[in-house]
Design a binder for this molecule. Structure first.
Ligand code: 0GY
Length: 295
Protein backbone atom coordinates (compact mmCIF):
# COMPACT_ATOMS: atom_id res chain seq x y z
CA UNK A 1 0.00 0.00 0.00
CA UNK A 2 1.26 3.50 -0.84
CA UNK A 3 1.41 6.23 1.77
CA UNK A 4 -1.76 8.33 1.96
CA UNK A 5 -1.13 12.05 1.66
CA UNK A 6 -2.13 14.18 4.65
CA UNK A 7 -4.62 17.01 4.21
CA UNK A 8 -2.98 20.20 2.89
CA UNK A 9 -3.96 22.20 6.00
CA UNK A 10 -2.93 19.45 8.45
CA UNK A 11 -0.85 20.63 11.41
CA UNK A 12 1.88 18.14 12.27
CA UNK A 13 2.67 17.40 15.93
CA UNK A 14 5.41 19.42 17.67
CA UNK A 15 8.82 18.15 16.49
CA UNK A 16 10.77 19.15 19.57
CA UNK A 17 8.70 19.58 22.75
CA UNK A 18 10.24 21.11 25.87
CA UNK A 19 11.11 19.00 28.88
CA UNK A 20 8.23 19.65 31.30
CA UNK A 21 8.98 21.65 34.45
CA UNK A 22 6.35 19.57 36.25
CA UNK A 23 7.82 16.22 37.26
CA UNK A 24 5.19 13.56 36.73
CA UNK A 25 4.57 11.12 39.59
CA UNK A 26 6.03 7.64 39.20
CA UNK A 27 3.75 5.45 37.10
CA UNK A 28 1.89 8.32 35.41
CA UNK A 29 -0.49 7.37 32.59
CA UNK A 30 -1.10 9.39 29.42
CA UNK A 31 -4.71 8.23 29.19
CA UNK A 32 -5.65 9.76 25.83
CA UNK A 33 -3.42 9.57 22.79
CA UNK A 34 -3.53 8.12 19.30
CA UNK A 35 -1.48 6.22 16.75
CA UNK A 36 -1.94 7.16 13.09
CA UNK A 37 -0.83 4.55 10.59
CA UNK A 38 1.77 4.57 9.23
CA UNK A 39 -0.59 4.54 6.29
CA UNK A 40 1.53 2.28 4.09
CA UNK A 41 1.11 -0.43 6.76
CA UNK A 42 -2.21 0.51 8.36
CA UNK A 43 -4.17 2.53 5.78
CA UNK A 44 -6.69 5.14 6.86
CA UNK A 45 -10.35 4.17 6.51
CA UNK A 46 -12.25 5.05 3.34
CA UNK A 47 -15.04 6.70 5.37
CA UNK A 48 -12.61 9.04 7.24
CA UNK A 49 -13.29 12.78 7.44
CA UNK A 50 -9.61 13.73 7.46
CA UNK A 51 -6.24 12.32 6.44
CA UNK A 52 -3.65 13.00 9.16
CA UNK A 53 0.12 12.85 9.18
CA UNK A 54 1.45 9.46 10.19
CA UNK A 55 2.19 9.22 13.94
CA UNK A 56 3.73 5.87 14.73
CA UNK A 57 3.83 3.76 17.85
CA UNK A 58 7.58 4.29 18.07
CA UNK A 59 7.09 8.07 18.08
CA UNK A 60 4.37 7.75 20.73
CA UNK A 61 6.53 5.60 22.99
CA UNK A 62 9.49 8.00 22.57
CA UNK A 63 7.26 10.92 23.63
CA UNK A 64 5.97 8.89 26.60
CA UNK A 65 9.52 8.34 27.82
CA UNK A 66 10.66 11.90 27.10
CA UNK A 67 7.79 13.51 29.02
CA UNK A 68 8.13 11.09 31.94
CA UNK A 69 4.98 9.02 31.52
CA UNK A 70 5.04 5.31 32.27
CA UNK A 71 2.03 4.15 30.27
CA UNK A 72 -0.39 5.08 27.47
CA UNK A 73 -4.06 4.57 26.78
CA UNK A 74 -4.30 4.58 22.99
CA UNK A 75 -7.67 5.65 21.64
CA UNK A 76 -8.88 4.60 18.20
CA UNK A 77 -9.26 7.74 16.11
CA UNK A 78 -11.98 8.17 13.50
CA UNK A 79 -9.47 8.28 10.63
CA UNK A 80 -8.96 4.53 11.16
CA UNK A 81 -12.71 3.84 11.29
CA UNK A 82 -13.46 0.40 12.74
CA UNK A 83 -10.15 -1.05 11.59
CA UNK A 84 -8.34 -1.40 14.92
CA UNK A 85 -5.15 -3.01 13.57
CA UNK A 86 -2.84 -0.04 14.23
CA UNK A 87 -4.24 0.26 17.75
CA UNK A 88 -3.85 -3.44 18.54
CA UNK A 89 -0.36 -3.45 17.05
CA UNK A 90 0.57 -0.52 19.32
CA UNK A 91 -0.89 -2.19 22.41
CA UNK A 92 0.93 -5.43 21.72
CA UNK A 93 4.24 -3.68 21.05
CA UNK A 94 3.99 -1.74 24.32
CA UNK A 95 3.55 -4.88 26.40
CA UNK A 96 1.89 -3.99 29.68
CA UNK A 97 2.60 -0.29 29.11
CA UNK A 98 -0.47 0.36 26.98
CA UNK A 99 -4.18 -0.20 26.99
CA UNK A 100 -6.56 0.53 24.12
CA UNK A 101 -9.99 1.89 23.31
CA UNK A 102 -11.39 0.48 20.07
CA UNK A 103 -14.14 1.39 17.65
CA UNK A 104 -16.41 -1.47 16.58
CA UNK A 105 -19.69 -2.17 14.80
CA UNK A 106 -22.56 -4.47 15.80
CA UNK A 107 -21.07 -7.16 13.56
CA UNK A 108 -17.99 -7.56 15.78
CA UNK A 109 -17.76 -11.13 17.06
CA UNK A 110 -17.03 -12.20 20.62
CA UNK A 111 -13.86 -13.88 19.34
CA UNK A 112 -12.68 -10.58 17.85
CA UNK A 113 -13.46 -8.75 21.08
CA UNK A 114 -11.62 -11.36 23.13
CA UNK A 115 -8.59 -11.09 20.88
CA UNK A 116 -8.56 -7.32 21.37
CA UNK A 117 -9.02 -7.79 25.11
CA UNK A 118 -6.01 -10.05 25.20
CA UNK A 119 -3.98 -7.32 23.44
CA UNK A 120 -5.00 -4.78 26.11
CA UNK A 121 -8.19 -3.17 24.77
CA UNK A 122 -10.53 -2.25 27.62
CA UNK A 123 -13.29 -0.27 25.96
CA UNK A 124 -14.97 1.20 22.91
CA UNK A 125 -15.50 4.77 21.83
CA UNK A 126 -18.86 6.23 20.77
CA UNK A 127 -18.36 9.45 18.83
CA UNK A 128 -21.09 12.08 18.49
CA UNK A 129 -18.99 14.90 17.06
CA UNK A 130 -20.61 15.65 13.72
CA UNK A 131 -17.50 16.87 11.91
CA UNK A 132 -15.77 13.54 12.70
CA UNK A 133 -18.36 10.86 11.97
CA UNK A 134 -21.68 10.20 10.26
CA UNK A 135 -24.49 9.72 12.73
CA UNK A 136 -24.95 6.22 14.20
CA UNK A 137 -28.38 5.07 15.45
CA UNK A 138 -28.55 4.84 19.25
CA UNK A 139 -29.83 1.25 18.90
CA UNK A 140 -26.54 0.33 17.24
CA UNK A 141 -24.57 1.76 20.14
CA UNK A 142 -26.79 -0.01 22.69
CA UNK A 143 -26.25 -3.36 20.95
CA UNK A 144 -22.47 -2.81 21.04
CA UNK A 145 -22.68 -1.69 24.68
CA UNK A 146 -24.40 -4.93 25.72
CA UNK A 147 -21.76 -6.98 23.90
CA UNK A 148 -18.73 -5.26 25.39
CA UNK A 149 -20.25 -5.16 28.89
CA UNK A 150 -19.77 -8.93 29.07
CA UNK A 151 -15.99 -8.34 28.95
CA UNK A 152 -16.13 -5.70 31.69
CA UNK A 153 -15.05 -3.03 29.19
CA UNK A 154 -16.22 0.57 29.38
CA UNK A 155 -17.43 3.19 26.93
CA UNK A 156 -15.67 6.43 26.01
CA UNK A 157 -18.03 9.08 24.68
CA UNK A 158 -17.07 12.14 22.66
CA UNK A 159 -19.68 14.88 22.31
CA UNK A 160 -19.84 18.67 22.38
CA UNK A 161 -21.46 20.47 25.32
CA UNK A 162 -24.41 21.78 23.33
CA UNK A 163 -25.39 18.21 22.37
CA UNK A 164 -25.33 16.77 25.89
CA UNK A 165 -28.93 17.53 26.85
CA UNK A 166 -30.28 15.41 24.00
CA UNK A 167 -27.85 12.59 24.84
CA UNK A 168 -28.61 12.28 28.56
CA UNK A 169 -31.41 9.64 28.31
CA UNK A 170 -29.13 7.54 26.08
CA UNK A 171 -26.13 7.90 28.39
CA UNK A 172 -28.28 6.82 31.34
CA UNK A 173 -29.11 3.59 29.47
CA UNK A 174 -25.50 2.53 29.05
CA UNK A 175 -24.64 -0.54 31.14
CA UNK A 176 -20.96 0.19 31.81
CA UNK A 177 -18.66 2.86 33.15
CA UNK A 178 -18.70 5.89 30.83
CA UNK A 179 -15.64 8.09 30.24
CA UNK A 180 -16.30 11.52 28.74
CA UNK A 181 -13.67 13.01 26.45
CA UNK A 182 -12.14 16.45 26.84
CA UNK A 183 -14.09 17.89 29.80
CA UNK A 184 -17.35 17.39 27.87
CA UNK A 185 -16.07 19.99 25.38
CA UNK A 186 -17.41 23.18 26.98
CA UNK A 187 -17.39 26.49 25.16
CA UNK A 188 -14.90 28.18 27.50
CA UNK A 189 -16.09 31.66 26.58
CA UNK A 190 -19.29 30.89 28.48
CA UNK A 191 -17.72 30.52 31.94
CA UNK A 192 -18.09 27.57 34.31
CA UNK A 193 -21.47 28.77 35.58
CA UNK A 194 -23.06 28.41 32.14
CA UNK A 195 -25.98 25.91 32.06
CA UNK A 196 -24.15 23.67 29.55
CA UNK A 197 -21.19 23.03 31.87
CA UNK A 198 -23.40 22.91 34.96
CA UNK A 199 -25.57 20.30 33.20
CA UNK A 200 -22.49 18.18 32.72
CA UNK A 201 -21.39 18.55 36.36
CA UNK A 202 -24.94 17.65 37.44
CA UNK A 203 -24.89 14.53 35.29
CA UNK A 204 -21.56 13.51 36.82
CA UNK A 205 -23.19 13.99 40.25
CA UNK A 206 -26.13 11.77 39.20
CA UNK A 207 -24.10 9.03 37.53
CA UNK A 208 -21.33 7.71 39.72
CA UNK A 209 -20.34 5.47 36.80
CA UNK A 210 -19.34 8.52 34.75
CA UNK A 211 -15.68 9.60 34.54
CA UNK A 212 -14.12 12.49 32.65
CA UNK A 213 -10.86 13.26 30.91
CA UNK A 214 -9.61 16.67 32.06
CA UNK A 215 -7.87 16.96 28.71
CA UNK A 216 -7.35 19.21 25.73
CA UNK A 217 -6.81 22.77 26.97
CA UNK A 218 -5.21 23.37 23.56
CA UNK A 219 -8.44 22.35 21.82
CA UNK A 220 -10.81 24.17 24.17
CA UNK A 221 -8.93 27.44 24.54
CA UNK A 222 -9.94 30.66 22.83
CA UNK A 223 -7.07 32.62 24.41
CA UNK A 224 -4.27 30.26 23.29
CA UNK A 225 -1.26 29.10 25.32
CA UNK A 226 -0.83 28.91 28.31
CA UNK A 227 -4.56 28.15 28.30
CA UNK A 228 -5.58 30.33 31.26
CA UNK A 229 -9.19 30.29 30.06
CA UNK A 230 -9.41 26.48 30.45
CA UNK A 231 -7.96 26.35 33.98
CA UNK A 232 -11.28 26.95 35.83
CA UNK A 233 -12.92 24.06 33.94
CA UNK A 234 -10.13 21.64 34.77
CA UNK A 235 -10.06 22.75 38.40
CA UNK A 236 -13.84 22.36 38.74
CA UNK A 237 -13.70 18.77 37.48
CA UNK A 238 -10.64 17.69 39.45
CA UNK A 239 -11.88 19.29 42.70
CA UNK A 240 -15.40 17.87 42.47
CA UNK A 241 -14.63 14.40 41.06
CA UNK A 242 -11.09 13.61 42.27
CA UNK A 243 -11.62 9.86 41.93
CA UNK A 244 -13.19 9.96 38.44
CA UNK A 245 -10.80 12.16 36.44
CA UNK A 246 -7.95 11.08 34.16
CA UNK A 247 -5.53 13.04 31.98
CA UNK A 248 -3.88 12.65 28.58
CA UNK A 249 -1.89 14.56 25.99
CA UNK A 250 -4.14 13.87 22.97
CA UNK A 251 -0.92 13.48 20.94
CA UNK A 252 -0.66 13.85 17.92
CA UNK A 253 -3.46 16.41 18.29
CA UNK A 254 -5.70 15.71 15.29
CA UNK A 255 -7.50 18.56 13.59
CA UNK A 256 -5.82 21.37 15.47
CA UNK A 257 -6.22 24.53 13.40
CA UNK A 258 -5.14 27.44 15.62
CA UNK A 259 -1.74 26.14 16.73
CA UNK A 260 0.15 22.97 17.58
CA UNK A 261 0.75 22.58 21.32
CA UNK A 262 4.13 21.83 22.83
CA UNK A 263 3.52 18.54 24.67
CA UNK A 264 5.93 19.54 27.44
CA UNK A 265 3.92 22.73 28.04
CA UNK A 266 0.75 20.62 28.16
CA UNK A 267 2.26 18.58 31.00
CA UNK A 268 2.98 21.85 32.80
CA UNK A 269 -0.75 22.57 32.64
CA UNK A 270 -1.47 19.62 34.96
CA UNK A 271 -0.51 21.22 38.33
CA UNK A 272 -2.68 24.22 37.47
CA UNK A 273 -5.80 22.02 37.49
CA UNK A 274 -4.72 19.37 40.02
CA UNK A 275 -3.28 21.61 42.71
CA UNK A 276 -2.08 19.15 45.33
CA UNK A 277 0.18 16.13 45.15
CA UNK A 278 -2.72 13.99 46.30
CA UNK A 279 -4.92 15.19 43.41
CA UNK A 280 -2.07 14.71 40.93
CA UNK A 281 -1.49 11.16 42.12
CA UNK A 282 -5.18 10.32 41.63
CA UNK A 283 -5.46 12.04 38.24
CA UNK A 284 -2.29 10.59 36.75
CA UNK A 285 -1.79 7.24 38.48
CA UNK A 286 -4.45 5.85 40.82
CA UNK A 287 -7.52 6.59 38.68
CA UNK A 288 -6.22 5.39 35.29
CA UNK A 289 -4.66 2.33 36.92
CA UNK A 290 -8.02 1.44 38.49
CA UNK A 291 -9.83 1.91 35.19
CA UNK A 292 -7.35 0.27 32.81
CA UNK A 293 -4.92 -1.92 34.70
CA UNK A 294 -7.16 -3.63 37.27
CA UNK A 295 -6.39 -6.84 35.37
C1 0GY B 1 -9.25 13.75 19.75
C2 0GY B 1 -10.07 14.77 19.08
C3 0GY B 1 -10.43 14.82 17.77
C4 0GY B 1 -10.37 13.75 16.85
C5 0GY B 1 -10.66 12.47 17.12
O1 0GY B 1 -11.12 10.29 16.60
C6 0GY B 1 -10.84 11.39 16.14
O2 0GY B 1 -10.74 11.63 14.96
O3 0GY B 1 -10.85 12.10 18.37
C7 0GY B 1 -11.01 16.07 17.27
O4 0GY B 1 -10.90 16.35 16.08
O5 0GY B 1 -11.60 16.83 18.09
O6 0GY B 1 -9.67 13.20 20.76
O7 0GY B 1 -8.17 13.46 19.27
Amino acid sequence: MNKQVMDPDWLVFHPNPKKPDFVLPKGAVDAHCHIFGPSDVFPYAPERKYTPCDASKEQLFALRDFLGFDKNVIVQATCHGKDNRALVDGCRAAGDKARGIASVGTDVTMDELKEMDEAGVRGVRFNFVKRLVDSTPKETFLTIADKIATLDWHIVVYFEAQDLEELIPFLKQLPTVIVVDHMGRPDVENGVDHPDFQRFLGLMDDLDTMWVKATCPERLTKAGPPYDDVVPYGQALVDRFPDRVIWGTDWPHPNMKSHMPDDGALVDFIPRIARTEELQQKLLVDNPMRLYWAR
